[in-house]
Design a protein around this ligand. Structure first.
Ligand SMILES: Nc1nc2c(ncn2[C@@H]2O[C@H](COP(=O)(O)OP(=O)(O)O)[C@@H](O)[C@H]2O)c(=O)[nH]1
Ligand SMILES: [Mg+2]
Length: 488
């Protein structure tokens, strides 16, 4: 049986207690199944005869007993989400009701859909390409206006068009090269302007390069960034988390070692999703096994972080515990070169003592940033001074973080509007392979090495087609669609 032979059903809305909930059927038996469980209020209506894109009032009925009063929407193949016959029951959004309607559909012959299976069908039936299918899922998980813009453009086919354009360009170049290979002796081949061919390949390479560069710029927006709040005990890490979240998420107390586990929450900073992790404080003499485990988790958070807020207490001198933290951070910074560390000096409401022993501070600074500083004025520019007690400095801190990752400065709005990028790491990885093949082809001599050039371009084409989902394996599809919601 083909993947598309059966009729699938799913609850397309989250299970909970809500005003409405949707149960959706798709497949060749959708109308037949719907007719067996749905009785129209106007009894003269026959569901399978109703016009497409129309909605009708009626009842879900089991053994003559009414289960719910619902609206049913009919969408006929091929002009539906999946290109198949689709029926949507808009029910009351109770868990029991929705599960019951689902169960009845299954009883009448439907199969419960896999996550993303409706969208997968839309893809397999050729209504959308793979980039559009992926955009559906990303759109659902979007958390900011900029994410929304990026994914909705992709959903409308911008990414697909960009890739199709490159495919077409390469196919045209290949047609010329293949002509030269096929008829090497004939006059025609003498007329091939190989300089022009090379120039065309270079143009394609440039096109791909722009796409890659733009895509890299929006990566933080797509994937969000990880931020770890790190420091010794009692410097105010949990207070800072609470301030960034604008509510009291973590327990704050003067007892050192209050936060024993990592706590993580996501905020949206000017469109940038940031996962903040508040960590257990680091100190030399841990009190017990739980604190030891907490410290391990802190190390892990440092490892995962794109940006580390190294929090210091400005009202006391640097001590050995700050050095221990610096040690942890430095180990990871050395390993990965794009990890960002930001010094945050807290308790600015109290007299500043952190620079009293400036040599110590210099040593600490060097440990993390691998360079010397001369005097505190340098730090004044670089670090962010805050007071969680007085809620001061938080704006500066947010601004600084936002500036570091802010794509609006790096990306012009026209590019955002035109969707000149790919929208996830799968697509980007493939595009980088394509770039290599195309670059490689340019190192060859034409027409002498025409066969190798053609081979490189052919490989580039195969990869490009994977982005939009041509000749893609079932395993890859499964991975892509498994991250979807059920019912989409
Ligand atoms: N004076 C002052 N005290 C603060 C400030 N921020 C935090 N504290 C206090 O420092 C102690 C430790 O704070 P907490 O956030 O639990 O630190 P953590 O151990 O690093 O998570 C608590 O008593 C806080 O009230 C601040 O900006 N100024
Ligand atoms: Mg804490």
């Amino acid at each position: 049986m083909s993947l598309l032979d059966d009729t699938i059903v799913a609850i397309s809305t989250p299970l909970g207690f809500s005003g409405l909930g949707i149960v959706r059927l798709s497949g060749k038996d959708s109308f037949k199944i719907a007719e067996e469980i749905f009785v129209p209020k106007n009894k003269s209506k026959i569901l399978s005869h109703l016009k497409t894109f129309t909605t009708h009032l009626g009842y879900i009925v089991e053994d003559g007993k009414v289960i719910d009063e619902v609206l049913v929407t009919i969408m006929r193949a091929p002009h539906s989400y999946t290109c198949e016959d689709v029926v949507e029951f808009s029910c009351h959004g109770g868990v029991w009701v929705l599960k019951k309607v689902l169960e009845l559909c299954v009883k009448k012959g439907a199969r419960i859909a896999e996550p993303g299976e409706f969208t997968k069908r839309a893809f397999l039936n050729g209504r959308i390409d793979l980039t559009q299918a992926e955009a559906v899922c990303d759109l659902i998980f979007s958390q900011s206006e900029i994410q929304n813009q990026i994914f909705v453009n992709s959903l409308l086919g911008k990414t697909k068009q960009n890739i199709q354009k490159i495919i077409k360009d390469i196919e045209e170049i290949m047609a010329v090269i293949n002509l030269g290979i096929e008829y090497p002796q004939e006059d025609d081949s003498q007329n091939i302007d190989y300089l022009c061919v090379s120039r065309d390949i270079m143009r394609v390479k440039e096109e791909i390069s722009v796409l890659i560069e733009n895509s890299k710029k929006i990566t933080p927006i797509l994937t969000g960034i990880n931020l770890a709040i790190v420091g010794k005990v009692n410097v105010g890490k949990s207070s800072l988390l609470n301030m960034l979240l604008s509510y009291d998420r973590a327990i704050v107390s003067e007892i050192p070692g209050t936060t024993r586990d990592t706590i993580s929450e996501t905020i949206n900073l000017n469109g940038l999703p940031i996962r903040i992790v508040d960590t257990a404080g680091i100190r030399q003499h841990q009190q017990d096994i739980i604190e030891k485990i907490g410290m391990e988790r802190t190390k892990d958070a440092i490892k995962q972080a794109d940006i580390i807020l190294f929090v210091l207490d400005g009202s006391i001198e640097i001590d050995e515990n700050d050095f221990l933290v610096a040690e942890f951070i430095s180990e990871e910074v050395k390993k990965v070169n794009n990890k960002i560390v930001l010094l945050v000096i807290n308790k600015n409401d109290k007299p500043l003592k952190i620079f009293d022993n400036f040599n110590k501070f210099k040593d600490l600074y060097k440990k993390v940033f691998f360079r010397d500083i001369k005097d505190p004025t340098e730090i004044n520019k670089e670090a962010v001074f805050i007071s969680c007690l007085r809620k001061e400095g938080i704006r500066d801190l947010q601004q600084k973080i936002s500036d570091i990752f802010d794509i609006s400065k790096k990306l012009n709005t026209q590019d955002v509007n035109e969707g000149v990028f790919v929208t996830n790491l799968r697509q980007l990885d493939i595009l980088e392979k394509v770039y290599l093949y195309v670059s490689n082809s340019l190192t060859k001599e034409l027409p002498k090495e025409a066969e190798i050039v053609a081979e490189d371009l052919r490989n580039a084409l195969v990869e490009l087609k994977k982005i939009i989902g041509i000749d893609i394996t079932e395993d890859v599809l499964e991975i892509i669609f498994s991250r979807f919601c059920v019912g989409k």
